[in-house]
Write a protein that binds this ligand. Structure first.
Ligand code: DON
Length: 310
């Protein structure tokens, strides 16, 4: 890859996608997210040798929100094994919005359909072990600090408090899971852990680096150290394809064709097996909760660089 040419193309595609920020709006159900300037758009690409290319607002911090569900799943799988985890959460896409409650009651086992929807991610948070919430969060943060090489990665306190105060729907999901026996740990503690991991603050550059580790099947690019078992990395990438963009995952697979996970703060982590990790930040969202300009940018980049995996 000619880095100068790639860098120019990245800049061009970022600028071309910027107008799509007008087509969406920032998330407002978490009041702190409503304060963010909607016409931001940043992208970073991390290559197998650790080189990072970027354009636009690639160093603006934002909360991971649902992107963090990948990392809580990694910790839960490593601590409990996949048989235990998948007894409590399923492997199927839903076709419903990320915070939907409907299938929890109508499926016989009351098991959330997958770990990427809120109900599934709350069930996963319930499986993260530790003496208290601090220790349980530290397990997620330690993994992400190692993967990014950024020892300062931490939560955004204002976003965390804002979500905690307003998360009535997530509380409803968690109490339903408790009643059904899916959630075996303390409800408020598990919700607290979930809100905290959702508010972990990153930049598009951090997200690109995280995506590259997954692209390398769980190996750190600069040291060669394995930080995630290969099978766990494979499970995560598969969920990114089938459920990572919620009820837009099918459309995204056709238009972009890259495993990806979005968050309502406007982040998207994409991972192109063996080739690159991509981090996008664009807080203007479409009606399904995905970054509207971010999705466009990834579509253009995928076409230009032939990144689609199918
Ligand atoms: O639980 C929530 O609603 C948020 N903390 C995360 C949701 C989210 O990011 C959905 N993504 N597009």
């Amino acid at each position: 890859m000619d880095l100068k040419q790639a860098s120019d193309q990245l800049e061009q595609i970022r600028n071309q996608s910027l107008e799509f920020t007008y087509m969406g709006s920032v998330a407002s159900y978490i009041p702190e997210l409503a304060k963010v300037e909607r016409h931001q758009l940043g992208v970073a690409v991390c290559l197998p040798d650790g080189t990072i290319l970027s354009a636009g607002d690639a160093e603006v911090p934002f909360s991971m929100q649902s992107i963090s569900k990948i990392f809580s799943l990694i910790v839960a799988l490593c601590q409990n094994g996949k048989d235990y985890v998948f007894r409590h959460v399923g492997k199927e896409p839903t076709g419903d919005p990320f915070n939907s409650i409907i299938k929890l009651e109508t499926t016989e086992s009351h098991k959330p359909l997958n770990p990427m929807i809120n109900a599934g991610a709350i069930a996963v948070a319930g499986m993260i072990r530790g003496a208290n919430v601090d220790e349980r969060l530290d397990a997620v943060l330690a993994l992400m600090r190692k993967m990014t090489g950024n020892p300062h990665l931490s939560i955004n306190q204002a976003v965390y408090c804002s979500e905690k105060k307003t998360a009535d729907r997530n509380r409803a999901l968690a109490w339903f899971l408790k009643d059904s026996g899916i959630l075996e740990t303390d409800v408020e503690e598990t919700l607290d852990l979930y809100f905290r991991h959702c508010s972990i603050e990153v930049t598009a550059k951090d997200v690109a680096t995280l995506g590259m580790v997954l692209a390398a099947d769980g190996i750190l690019v600069n040291t060669g150290e394995r930080v995630i078992p290969e099978e766990v990395a494979r499970i995560c990438k598969t969920f990114m394809v089938t459920c990572g963009m919620y009820n837009a995952s099918g459309e995204f697979a056709i238009d972009v064709g890259i495993p990806a996970k979005s968050g309502v703060a406007g982040g998207i982590m994409a991972t192109v097996p063996q080739r690159m990790g991509i981090g996008v930040f664009g807080p203007s969202l479409d009606e399904k909760g995905n970054s509207v300009a971010g999705v466009k940018l990834l579509e253009l980049l995928s076409k230009e660089w032939k990144l689609g995996i199918f």
